[in-house]
Design a protein around this ligand. Structure first.
Ligand code: ZN
Length: 136
């Protein structure tokens, strides 16, 4: 498996306006676009940082994973996941599985920007939700 770089940090925010106050206004990151991934009930807002990105995640539905995360987090947003860009996601998943890492997604699904993504189970990662991603 070849990890190329940290692709993005996923930050749950209750609203985009709320998230922008810190990440854009205070930190000065530039919001370069948004995309809604209906399947994951999330709108992602991308702020490039060098070769990586901060991705603000806003739930599109009260039963979506980001809404549930915020609920569990006492009604507040926060750091939700880290994504690593890999050269070949199928190969990476096969290797991780073989090493005994518990996978949330056994096969890749479609993420924002046409990426193939898969999540690893926090039980196998020391409590961090880890995403691996292959860019088209
Ligand atoms: Zn992500």
């Amino acid at each position: 498996m070849k990890i190329l770089q940290i692709d993005h940090l996923g930050i749950a925010v209750s609203t985009l306006e709320e998230g922008k106050k810190f990440w854009c206004d205070a930190l000065g990151l530039k919001l370069e676009g948004t995309e809604t991934v209906e399947e994951q009930k999330v709108t992602t807002a991308f702020c490039p940082v060098g070769e990586s990105e901060v991705e603000m995640l806003v739930s599109t539905s009260p039963d979506g994973p980001i809404a549930k995360f915020i609920e569990k987090n006492g009604g507040k947003g926060g750091f939700q996941h880290v994504a690593f860009r890999v050269e070949n996601i199928e190969e990476a998943l096969a290797e991780l599985k073989q090493k005994g890492v518990k996978l949330i997604d056994e096969t890749p699904r479609l993420g924002a920007a046409g990426c193939k993504i898969a999540f690893l189970h926090p039980k196998s990662t020391g409590g961090v939700l880890v995403e691996i991603s292959e860019r088209p």
